[in-house]
Design a protein around this ligand. Structure first.
Ligand code: MRU
Length: 406
């Protein structure tokens, strides 16, 4: 269904974009593996790899990759520049990774967790520490600095904790600590993609008969290693419900919906329409919306959900109009140590994000600005939490505890 005559997406363009992306990705992997060997070997490698990988590769590389660690360099797709420019940032020290997280060049809870883990790998590999003990002490400091970049998304603290724990479990020689950190970061990277696919497939049934779904911010491939959480559910649902149309909240002030969600859905040829955040309530009233599906930055033990500012308003509007409101997130976003949403620290962002547009003032200098990056949606407004182990339902204190095996 194309409600209100949206512009839609040209499937052929999307398909050819996807092909170009695949080739770009293969080239990237070839240079990584073959260095500056001849173009002929690169071409042969691409053809052989495409033949061997077949559809599996297409599935994994349906969007530009968000984060990777190649030859001691953390490579990040610059999300601050999207959709105008598609460029990658090459971080050769962990401080640059920290800056990228703080400046939203890489963003989205799972993606910043993996980026920080790679930041730790980079710090370990470039450290001048001679002993394993000294390296562990240095990594603890790096972890603290990376963790301080964004306080709300718990995946950041979670990933750093996992990396540091595995570093401490390694034999105390420097090389063993480095190996443990690098392999842990690589594992978290691989697991994130598999987790998102499981979330997507677990949630797909909720959109089986829907004509429309609404989402807020970007909880997609760009916010994860690939596939996405909320957008993962939409991607999986599309396989059996190809007519599904997505209403995309623009998501003031940084426009993760208008810039990023619309970008990656367009790349996949998924029909979507961007609306200003203030239009969501009237769309829920006037259009046949089967569900709202959003991501999360931290979910408390009682099911309260911190997510991008505006999510709470969307949840209230959804409940008012009888539209089910779902949160899609990995278990790593659930923080059993945070008992309720009241305990979640909400990140405050710079006033300029609200007061300026592309560097030009859009509010008078005298105006005060309040710019919380996230809000908390109470558990009673959440109809289900879609995770890699299944859909959790209220009462969430019990279903969350059970998901953690308690
Ligand atoms: O400030 P951002 O862009 O990092 O906020 C992102 C969100 O709020 C996402 O919905 C959340 O991190 C989930 S991403 C799978």
């Amino acid at each position: 269904m194309k409600p209100f005559g949206n512009s839609g997406t040209n499937g052929t363009v999307a398909a050819s974009n996807q092909g170009c992306l695949l080739i770009k990705y293969m080239l990237h992997k070839c240079y990584q593996l073959l260095g500056d060997k001849s173009k002929e070997s690169v071409t042969v490698f691409i053809l052989v790899s495409l033949y061997l990988e077949g559809t599996q590769m297409t599935d994994t590389v349906q969007n530009p990759f968000t984060v990777d660690y190649v030859d001691g360099v953390v490579i990040l797709l610059d999300q601050a520049a999207l959709p105008a420019k598609e460029e990658h940032i090459h971080c050769t020290n962990w401080q640059r990774v920290a800056k990228a997280i703080a400046d939203l060049e890489v963003r989205g809870a799972p993606a910043i967790g993996v980026a920080a883990a790679f930041g730790m790998a980079l710090a370990a590999e470039t450290s001048t520490a001679v002993s394993g003990e000294d390296l562990l002490a240095e990594l603890a400091e790096v972890g603290e600095a990376l963790n301080a970049t964004r306080p709300t998304a718990v995946n950041l603290a979670w990933a750093l904790e996992v990396v540091l724990r595995e570093a401490h479990q390694a034999p105390r020689e420097r090389s063993s600590v480095v190996d443990a950190v690098v392999s842990c970061a690589r594992r978290l990277h691989a697991e994130d993609l598999a987790t998102c696919k499981a979330i997507g497939d677990n949630g797909a049934e909720l959109l089986a008969g829907a004509s429309n779904v609404i989402t807020h911010c970007n909880a997609g491939a760009l916010a994860t290693v690939g596939y996405g959480t909320a957008l993962g559910v939409i991607r999986s649902a599309q396989k059996t419900n190809p007519g599904l149309h997505v209403w995309v909240d623009e998501t003031r002030p940084v426009l993760q919906g208008g810039r990023l969600t619309a970008f990656e859905l367009g790349r996949d040829g998924i029909d979507c329409t961007v609306i200003v955040d203030g239009a969501a309530a009237s769309v829920l009233r006037a259009s046949d919306v089967g569900a709202a599906v959003v991501g999360a930055d931290r979910i408390a033990a009682n099911g309260d959900v911190a997510n991008k500012i505006g999510t709470y308003g969307l949840a209230i509007a959804a409940r008012h109009h009888g539209v089910p409101f779902y949160v899609a997130a990995p278990l790593s976003t659930i923080d059993p140590n945070t008992l309720s949403g009241q305990e979640i620290e909400i990140e405050q962002r710079p006033a300029a994000e609200v007061a300026q547009y592309r560097g030009a003032a859009i509010t008078p200098e005298s105006a005060q600005v309040y710019n919380p990056a996230f809000d908390v949606t109470p558990a009673e407004l959440v109809d289900g939490i879609i995770t890699e182990v299944g859909i959790l339902r209220a009462p969430y204190d019990a279903s969350i505890a059970a998901a953690f095996g308690n």
